[in-house]
Every structure is written in C-alpha cells, then in structure tokens.
Write a protein that binds this ligand. Sequence first.
Ligand code: NAP
Ligand code: ZN
Length: 376
Amino acid sequence: MAANTTPEYKFEGWLGYDSSAAQGNMVWGEYEPKPWEETDVDIKITHCGVCGSDIHTLRSGWGPTDYPCCVGHEIVGHVVRLGSKAEGGLKLGDRVGVGAQSDSCQGRKGDCEACASGLENHCPVKHVGTYNGRYFNGGKSYGGYALYNRAPSHFVIPIPAAIPSAEAAPMLCGGVTTYTPLKFHGAGPGKTVGIIGLGGLGHFAVMWAAALGADKVVVVSRTAAKKADAFKMGATDFIATDEDPAWNTKHASTLDIIISTVSSSSMPLMRYFDLLRLDGTFVQVGAPDDGLPKIGAMPLIMKRLKLTGSLIGSPRDIREMFALAVEKNVRPWVEEIPMKDANKAIVDMEEGVARYRFTLVNEPEAEAEKTPATKL
Ligand code: NAP
Ligand code: ZN
C-alpha cells in the first residue's frame, strides 16, 4: 500500500457481542478504529497472544464490557502507517508490539507524576486498555485478534531482532506483568521466589526469576502434572497443593517474594501466606472476577507481610524485559494457533490446555515476514 495515506485496508477481527463470546462465540467482522491522529501508528498484525484477561473481558467478568469488543493485547506486527508526529524513531515496515495498554494521559494533564516518571501503567488520570477502552478523542480501542491495529506510538515498542514474533507477542502482557513486580521487589541473588499458578503468566515468572538470579524459584501448582516442565523453565522446587494436605506447613516460612497468577477467588490465600518468611511480599497479579478470598489479619501482623499487586508494565519495562530476554535467552513456551481458530483457542485456554501460551497467527502475514522480499 502507499505509505502514510488514507489506508486501503479494513479493520476486521474477532468481535464479541455479549458475554457468551467467552464460550467461543466471537464473530469475525469489521469495526471502526479510533479516529486517526498524527501520533498514531497502524500495524499489520502477524501475531497476537491469548491472555487470561481476554476471557475475563469477553465475559464481562470485571464489569460490563463495551461490546462489540475485539480482545487481544499481546500484538506483534509491522508498521504500515506512521503519523507525522509518531514517537520513538519508528519507521514503516518496523516489527513492533503493543501490550495491554495503548494510552495514558502521557502528561497531557501536566501534573501526572506516574507518566512523568515512566509509570504510565499506573497513570491515575487515564489508562486506555488496548481493547475495551476509550481514547481521548472518543475512539474505541480494539485489540489484536484482528488484521490491523491502530495505537498511539508512545505504546508501540520495537521488537529486538533476536526474538521471534510468536515469542515476543506473549511477552507484551504476560511477560511484562511478571517481569515488572519481580524486578521492583528485588527478585535476584539472595532471594527465594515462589510462583503460584503455572499458566501463561506463571511460566514467564519462573523464567524471569531464574534469569534475574534468584537463589531458588519454587513453583506452587495444584497438581504435579507440570512439574517436569517447571524444572525445565528454571524452577528449583515444586509444590503440588492438591496432592499434599500438609504442603503449607512443610514449606512454611521459606519464601521471600511470591507472585500469584491465580485468578480464582477460592484460592487458599491464607495458606499461601504461610509460605512467606518474616517481611515477605505477596504480589497478586491474577485478577479474579469476584475478588480475593477473605483473609485474617494475623499473618500480616505476625510476620510483617506485605500484600500488594502489580499492573502490567510501562513501555520502559517492556523495553527492559526484551533486553533481559535477549541477554539471558529467555524463550517462552508458545503454541502457535491460526487466527481462524481463535474461538477454539479461548475455550482451550480457559480449560487450562495451553502449554503455556497460545499465540494466534495471521498466517499469510507471518509467512511474508519470513520472506524479506515480500511486501508487507
Ligand atoms: P492462565 O494461563 O490460565 O494461568 C492461570 C493459572 O492459575 C493456571 O495455569 C493454574 O495454574 C492457576 N489456577 C487456575 N485456577 C486455579 C485455582 N482455582 N486455584 C489455584 N490456581 C489456579 O492465565 P494467565 O493468562 O496466566 O492469567 C492469569 C491471571 O492474571 C488472569 O486473571 C489474568 O486476567 C491476570 N492478568 C493480570 C495482569 C495484571 O496486570 N495484573 C496482566 C495480565 C493478566 P496451575 O494449573 O499450575 O495450578
Ligand atoms: Zn494480558
């Protein structure tokens, strides 16, 4: 296509029209992207990861979703249209990614401390999700189970050449959501780190904790089914909670930092607390539709525990994470699925079939990527 002119392409993708979409009832169709601004980028999508959040949103689990909704916030593709005021030195054809956030106030309000300090993900003024969000100009955000994506350039991140697209995609949400709190809370030499739930986020957390040099990386999973995989990812110990009633006392006070990726409100949170040492930190990143279980105050008091959370990562965090992935050769476990099978992918994902992340692939576009002479 002619660069930078009114696009010849249409925005089409998998649309959810009501909460039944989460059961595999998304419908392929056309939608209107946000009105173009000169700070924007259009991306021809090659790959998009399937995140647990996609399913929460499709079923209106976190509150009413603004249907029609096209989910997917682990987007990789190539720049096909570039605004004259785009940031970051992007060029047409560049291979780029968009994670779970595609706009913040970015200092438009002048006094936003979060954006000023590179913590756009915690912007208190406006956090525009890559789907199910509204931009300042009133346009709606649509995600990456689609052919094209339009996003403000501030949130469009170049992908290092060493990382294949199918692997870069899930890093953009699942990867950075676990990298950021591990880094922030000092996972590294001298620390024992626990990861609860070995799914998409959890498998990244294990690999990051190992890459950051944690002394021990302990996976807490419901069964031993994923034990061998966990060790291959870098785990040093494994706890199967459904298979040992005494797991919490046997391993009591052994962990400094826990990242919990569990999204069920029936999780045994008080027993997870037992695993923490004095001054331990429990970081909840899984986001159950109906909140956390009721907890007692005593573990917090007795062991001076910190119960906290973490939200995705900023553009800076994504860049840092990519650099660590290249430096330490962190390779996510990805199963590539054709974009046409997105409905099956979300059903399988919800049933825990993924090992450990599904990446949807727009096959002709992904093939073209492998052939440099092909026009993208
Ligand atoms: P996922 O691949 O399905 O992984 C979730 C894991 O949680 C499962 O593999 C399972 O691990 C464990 N689990 C599931 N049900 C459980 C239960 N009843 N009790 C204990 N453990 C259970 O999903 P994901 O993509 O990693 O996402 C996980 C959560 O993180 C979702 O709620 C998602 O919305 C949220 N999320 C949050 C952020 C953020 O910024 N905070 C960003 C992205 C995603 P085992 O089989 O090993 O037990
Ligand atoms: Zn996500």
